[in-house]
Design a protein around this ligand. Structure first.
Ligand code: 3HC
Length: 330
């Protein structure tokens, strides 16, 4: 099975009649647009589902540093280097806000890392693809951060207060990331023939993986119904994917690049682009651990954790000594 099957309710979506009075009062707060805060009562399924989504989101931010971090030393100019460095640092910050938000739900950061390292929790499929050329830094910023923003702007209105607030700053920074990526693509698409070819090649390789970031099609999404009822998610996977296609195709046209989809057409009747679905077998394979870079990414994260053990131990020892000194003084 490709999903964790975190039980949101123990059953399918509960009707109002099936809810306990406490669950009904909770749902009313959600429906009225109130924020749920850490000390408020919440159904166990709401808590678990949030830990799953926020934890996975946090992991995506820090694993997402890896394919780009690799290019910092090879950025073509000092300005590009500084921009990429700032972007990669931002992603670390996003991970930290999100781990903090998850911790307010009663899970420790050590537990979250343990679940990432043992494959019990996922991170975004997109980071299991390699970044082969400098143009990939443009495509990642433009398409990957672009897709991330499309998904995350609505999450600023999500029902859990600490998550919604973390998303406000994250979205501001993601906009900068998207623009720096688009600017790299613009420079390359207007550059030499070789640069234009590299930009097109990057678009060819990242288009479908970017579409996969929104999750499986709605008919295969296990969590959407309950997550939307609880406003953990504000839109379905297909709604956001369509919005992304509609906004990104004109940007590709502006760049003079071709979206690698021979079926892409503007549909006058729907007011949207018709587009080809990604290869869902490939998606399920990647999220089951068999993508091109899954092993490499997890190994890098585990190595960072092991290499950082002395820092964590040192800080804990310092905290214990300070506590003991304070207790002795009292
Ligand atoms: N990559 C990996 N796993 C994915 C996935 C993806 N792109 N899309 C779906 N899945 C997994 C789900 O996690 C779930 O598995 P699980 O039960 O083990 O957790 C399973 O596939 C079924 O999918 P559902 O549609 O039922 O899952 P969700 O309702 O959780 O929807 C989601 C998936 C749209 C990604 C949702 O979780 C979400 O909106 N998450 C918050 C945003 C997020 O995590 N973004 C990461 C993007 S990368 C990023 O932000 C870094 C930036 O710097 C670019």
């Amino acid at each position: 099975m490709y999903a964790q099957m975190v039980k949101s309710t123990g059953k399918a979506l509960l009707s109002r009649e099936e809810m306990s009075p406490q669950e009904r009062a909770f749902q009313d707060r959600i429906d009225q647009g109130e924020k749920i805060e850490p000390k408020d009562w919440m159904p166990e399924g709401y808590r678990k589902n949030l830990i799953r989504q926020i934890g996975q989101h946090a992991h995506s931010e820090i694993v997402g540093q890896l394919p780009e971090g690799n290019w910092i030393t090879r950025a073509p100019t000092l300005e590009r280097k500084a921009n990429l460095l700032a972007k990669v640092q931002d992603e670390a910050g996003h991970g930290l806000y999100l781990y903090c938000a998850a911790e307010t739900l009663g899970v420790s950061r050590d537990q979250l890392f343990e679940m990432l390292h043992t494959g019990k929790m996922k991170y975004s499929s997109i980071f299991n693809y390699p970044t082969l050329t400098w143009a990939d830094m443009g495509a990642v910023g433009w398409l990957v951060d672009g897709a991330a923003i499309m998904n995350q702007v609505p999450l600023q209105r999500t029902s859990y207060g600490p998550y919604a607030r973390a998303m406000v700053r994250i979205c501001k920074e993601e906009s900068f990331h998207q623009r720096q990526g688009f600017q790299i693509m613009l420079t390359m698409a207007n550059g030499t023939e070789d640069q234009k070819r590299m930009a097109q090649d990057a678009l060819n390789r990242f288009w479908y993986p970017a579409l996969m970031m929104f999750g499986p099609s709605d008919k295969d999404s296990v969590h959407s119904a309950q997550s939307m009822a609880w406003k953990i998610k504000m839109n379905t996977n297909d709604e956001l994917r369509q919005k992304f296609v509609d906004e990104t195709v004109p940007q590709a046209e502006f760049l003079g690049l071709t979206v690698p989809d021979e079926h892409l057409t503007w549909n006058e009747d729907t007011g949207h682009y018709d587009y080809s679905e990604p290869d869902w077998n490939e998606f399920f394979d990647v999220i089951s651990g068999n993508g091109p870079c899954n092993t490499e990414r997890l190994e890098a994260r585990k190595m960072a954790w092991d290499d950082g053990a002395w820092v964590r131990e040192g800080m804990l020892a310092h905290a214990r000594k300070s506590q003991a000194r304070k207790a002795a003084a009292e």
